[in-house]
Write a protein that binds this ligand. Structure first.
Ligand code: FPP
Length: 255
């Protein structure tokens, strides 16, 4: 068993978001889905601003799942163009604001122009300490765990690791975002009550929060509601309420 986890900080250190509802937002306006994705890109900026203002250390956004490649080709193509333009437009400003940008997922499936911009964005911002912004793109939680398992198998085959040394910590060190605290708070917009193959390993003890608000309608009020709800939760990590209360009083469960 790993060491007892931390009691909940009142402000999440790491927020992970499924940005859902762009298509429905557009449909309600009788506009093409892509208009919803463009409005969604504006909401991404709002969300980053909010995290910077509140001193949230890490934000992980699900931009494109490994399953989203199966959407109609024109939507995938238009989304790729949107990502490319966003990278060209936003990265320098994110850097100026101290944001460290990284991408998680199978980047080999993107075309060379996007991969080059992803690499450049990561390189430019790698020394920043303001907000760790991770964009999950061509990402799937099962794929993440499978990749980590394969990395362990390679180390065993090379004689660098014994099978009996494979434990939770070994796997945790090889999934995406291993250097960050796991998400404290998960938010999904758009009303569906699912995790949809996002960060399956990392969300084990994350507090889940769902809203009917469609992603392009996101505002600071919605994000504040999520933070307020989070602050009211008792996180027990499998322990009893009494144990958590006494650990909080003596501060013995600090990370
Ligand atoms: C889900 O809504 C959204 C996506 C698959 C794309 C997310 C993209 C953005 C928020 C825009 C740009 C992002 C970045 C990082 C620049 P949906 O299309 O499934 O909506 P629906 O459920 O209403 O159909």
């Amino acid at each position: 068993m790993s060491a007892p986890p931390a009691t909940a900080p009142r402000t999440p250190r790491h927020v992970a978001i499924i940005m859902d509802g762009n298509g429905r937002w557009a449909a309600r306006r009788r506009r093409p889905r892509m208009i919803g994705h463009r409005a969604g890109a504006r909401a991404v900026n709002l969300c980053i601003d909010f995290c910077l203002e509140r001193g949230i250390g890490a934000l992980t956004l699900f931009a494109f799942s490994s399953e989203n490649w199966g959407r109609p080709a024109d939507e995938v193509g238009a989304l790729m163009k949107l990502f490319l333009n966003a990278l060209d437009r936003e990265v320098v400003e994110l850097h100026r604001r101290g944001v460290r940008v990284r991408f998680i997922g199978d980047r080999s499936r993107f075309d060379a122009g996007i991969i080059a911009r992803m690499d450049a964005a990561e390189g430019l911002t790698s020394g920043n300490t303001g907000l760790a912004l991770s964009i999950a793109a061509s990402y799937g939680g099962r794929q993440d765990i499978a990749t980590a398992a394969r990395a362990l198998a390679v180390e065993v085959a090379a004689g660098r690791l014994r099978p009996e040394d494979i434990d939770e910590a070994a796997l945790a060190g090889r999934v995406a975002l291993a250097d960050l605290p796991p998400p404290d708070l998960f938010i999904r917009t758009g009303g569906d009550l699912r995790i949809s193959n996002f960060l399956l390993w990392q969300l084990a003890y994350t507090e889940l929060w769902f809203t009917e608000t469609l992603w392009p309608d996101l505002d600071a009020g919605v994000l504040q509601q999520a933070l307020d709800d989070f602050a009211s939760r008792e996180r027990r990590f499998g322990l009893t309420g009494e144990q958590v209360a006494s650990a909080s009083a003596t501060d013995t469960m600090a990370p």
